[in-house]
Each structure stands twice: as C-alpha cells, then as structure tokens.
Design a protein around this ligand. Structure first.
Ligand code: SF4
Length: 283
C-alpha cells in the first residue's frame, strides 16, 4: 500500500475513492482559520512518484470508479502536468469515472476556460472549493484576499467547462461585527453562480488561531454562540435565490444543526427546520 505523507485530508464524499497525493500541503497555506497543512512545506510530487502510487493502488483496487487527487489545492498544478496524471490514472484504472481535486480561489481564477475544458475532457469531473465568505472585508481579515468577482468568474468558468463544483461557506467566520455583511455578500455570490453542491460549516478554531482572528479584526473579533451560528444559517438560506438546482448540505462534523435538501425546491422546508430549532431548542 501507499505510504501517505501525513496529515492526509479528503472531503467526506471521497471516503470510498482511491486517494493519490499529487502535491503535498497547500501552495497558499495562509488562511487563518485553516491548520490542515501548517506542518507541511508545499511540494509538487514528481510524476515518477505519482505514477508509482497509481500503479500500487491499481494493483489493489482495479475496479475503482472514483479518485481524489490530494493534497490541498491540486488545481495549482500546471495544466499539462495535471493532464499527464489524469491520463495515467484513467489508463491504469479502466473503470475510473470520476476524478476530483481541491482548488483554492486563487488557482481556479488563474486557470483559463480553455484549460478547464481540456481538464474536463481528460476526466477531471469535480472541484472542491472553499468560498468561506463572499465579503472582501472578511476575506482580507482571514488572510484569503480575493474579490467576490474573481470567485464568481472562477466558478462560472468551472460550470461552463462542464465540471461540477462543491463549494463551502463558513458560518461564524466573520465574528459578530461583520456577520450581516458576511452572509449578505456570500449569498450574493451563490446567487450569481451555478454550483452543484453547497455546504455550510461552522467556524472551529484550533489552539492559537483565536489570537490571529482577534488581531486581524482589530481586537474586536467575537465568536458567535450556538444560537448566532444558526441565525446566520437561517439568514443565509433566506437570502439564497438560486434558479439552478443546488444540492445543499450542512452535515460537517462542525455543524450543530444537520440539514439536507435541494435548492430552490426545499428552501421553505429547510427554513422551517431552522426556525423550529431556534424557537424550541436555542432560546
Ligand atoms: S487555501 Fe485552502 S488548504 Fe490552503 S490554507 Fe487556505 S483553506 Fe487551507
């Protein structure tokens, strides 16, 4: 079996996928809320090492249909390099139907539509992407400074290329002061793009990260309590106005309220569930 470079992360939906590390760590690695790759220096693995891992996994899981290319933002790879990996993966796994990667807002924005179309043709089927917040004011303070227009452009390119997208939003990431702005501008992004999956997580800060938030929010960062997190969830759902079908989930380990539905069809039912919890359990 493969000797993975730890720590290794994958989206929950990739539990049954073959995982191949094409890169190690995250090429950006500066977001204040994220500690996933703080112990790793970013590295692009050699094709020789990647192919050896693919060969090893193919000898065990010949029938696999799903592959996830790790680590943190494999879309940062040069398109020709990524295509060589995809070609080799599909060659070695004859039943492979789906290959997914994480992408940061920066490396998705950097890819052209032509490159994404080519990647789709070569079998890249799904991109996991953290929006976190649609507010530039908030994104600056969590050290992921990218404009909402660049995120909209990036996500629309993915859609146009025919690649599915799974995006995440972090409830509570703006603290109390910027909560209203955070939710308004995040819903505004979702309403302008056509994503396939949308999830909300709740901010969880590891040891030492709270201080960074306080510093970056000019000493005024106040964590939302449980009720305020769910109120953000409610406000976000209220402001969503998607015309296309979006599979919505709030089922991460961080979520105190589990929700699942398809938007816009289930919007009223989801809001009724949130309101019920706010009225009866979070007084
Ligand atoms: S781009 Fe993603 S993986 Fe990298 S530090 Fe930010 S949240 Fe973490």
């Amino acid at each position: 079996m493969i000797d993975y470079h730890q720590p290794l992360y994958r989206p929950p939906a990739e539990a049954n996928s073959v995982i191949i590390q094409a890169t190690l760590g995250c090429s950006f690695n500066k977001c204040t809320f994220c500690t996933m790759y703080e112990s790793k220096n970013f590295e692009i693995r050699t094709l020789k090492d990647i192919f050896t891992d693919i060969d090893t996994m193919a000898s065990y899981y010949q029938d696999t249909k799903k592959m996830f290319l790790a680590d943190g933002d494999v879309l940062c790879l040069d398109t020709k390099y990524l295509i060589q990996i995809l070609d080799y993966a599909y060659l070695k796994f004859p039943k492979l139907r789906r290959v997914s990667v994480y992408a940061s807002a920066f490396n998705l924005y950097d890819k052209t539509l032509e490159e994404l179309v080519l990647l789709k043709e070569k079998g890249l089927t799904l991109i996991y992407y953290g929006i976190e917040s649609g507010s530039y004011e908030v994104l600056k303070r969590i050290q992921k400074p990218i404009s909402s227009q660049k995120m909209i452009d990036g996500l629309n390119k993915v859609y146009e290329a025919g690649i599915k997208s799974s995006v995440t939003v972090i409830l509570g990431v703006a603290g109390k002061e910027y909560s209203t702005l955070h939710i308004k501008e995040t819903a505004n992004i979702i309403n302008q793009v056509k994503v396939t999956y949308l999830s909300t997580l709740q901010l969880m800060l590891e040891e030492g990260r709270k201080e960074k938030f306080v510093k970056n929010f000019d000493g005024k960062f106040v964590m939302l309590n449980e009720r305020e997190m769910i109120e953000e969830q409610k406000s976000f759902l209220e402001q969503l106005n998607t015309s296309n079908k979006v599979i919505f989930r709030s089922n991460h380990v961080s979520n105190s309220l589990l929700l699942a539905g398809t938007l816009p069809k289930d919007k009223h039912r989801l809001l009724a569930e949130v309101s019920y919890v706010l009225k009866n359990y979070l007084l």
